[in-house]
Design a protein around this ligand. Structure first.
Ligand SMILES: O=C(O)CCC(=O)C(=O)O
Ligand SMILES: [Fe+2]
Length: 262
């Protein structure tokens, strides 16, 4: 089994995982625009992006049952359904992203992002073409461009934070962010964003919604209310609850009819 370090750019990985270097990285390399809370960092090597796209294509073509990536995107794959968590996404999050999010987003749960949801989104003919403006069910989101080669359009557009008044829209110039294969954009989940229409080709991005149960258990990121939780089977939705019998904290889904934002 390969190590996560084989998939990432090791030189850059070293730069971001040393605390001293990380702060230099924050100041020099990482900010897309100063003060916007938007950062770009190298995630996967180009070779790994090709391998992953091949694997995702094979899954796509198979007749395995597939869940939808989220309530907005129709095309893409829920990565935990195909076993990507243990050897790829878990190590990526713990070894690579945790030091970076702790440094860049300390006040948005970046130091305690314990409940991720990872999926891919695919745009192109026969798939979605664009994505309307939204905020994510996450404290911090990583969006990695996997390719394919040669698509045009489809840039990400960032605006205001979800809690800023809509009337402040006019004060905020939308920020267009292009995709670079193997690179990720890190942003707060509450940063309003959209994807422009794809003009040609096909694109696939890996999205990781990183949730913090410490934040979400107090205020649901979708409805801004204290969540009312019910134990349910299945995947968690970014919340935890203490089991009364065992006193162990376990992930729990939100009761669907409490939050109408999803
Ligand atoms: O199209 C993209 O790359 C953005 C996807 C996105 O924002 C999301 O799934 O939350
Ligand atoms: Fe999003």
């Amino acid at each position: 089994m390969n190590d996560i370090l084989d998939f990432c750019d090791q030189r850059k990985l070293k730069e971001v995982s040393k605390p001293k270097e990380t702060s230099r990285y924050k100041e020099v390399n990482c900010a897309i625009m100063k003060g916007e809370g938007l950062f770009r960092l190298p995630v996967f090597t180009k070779q790994f992006c090709h391998l992953l796209l091949d694997e995702l294509d094979a899954i796509e073509k198979s007749d395995c049952p597939k869940g939808r990536p989220n309530s907005m995107n129709k095309s893409g794959i829920l990565l935990n359904e195909y076993g990507f968590d243990t050897y790829l996404l878990g190590p990526l999050r713990q070894q690579y992203l945790a030091p970076v999010t702790s440094l860049l987003f300390p006040n948005s749960g970046g130091i305690c992002l314990d409940l991720p949801k990872a999926f891919t989104v695919t745009y192109g003919s026969g798939h979605d073409l664009d994505l309307s403006c939204h905020f994510d069910n996450s404290e911090v989101t990583l969006n990695v461009a996997l390719g394919y080669d040669g698509f045009s359009g489809g840039h990400l557009v960032f605006g205001r934070m979800k809690d800023e008044l809509a009337s402040q829209d006019s004060l905020k110039t939308p920020l267009h962010v292009e995709h670079r294969t193997g690179w990720g954009v890190l942003h707060r989940g509450g940063h309003m964003h959209s994807a422009e229409k794809l003009l040609g080709g096909k694109r696939c991005n890996l999205i990781m919604w990183m949730r913090s149960s410490a934040v979400g258990n107090v205020t649901c990121p979708m409805c801004n209310q204290p969540p009312q939780l019910l134990p349910t089977p299945g995947a968690d939705d970014g919340f935890t609850i203490q089991d009364q019998g065992t006193q162990i904290t376990v992930p729990r889904q939100r009761e669907v009819d409490v939050c109408h934002a999803l």
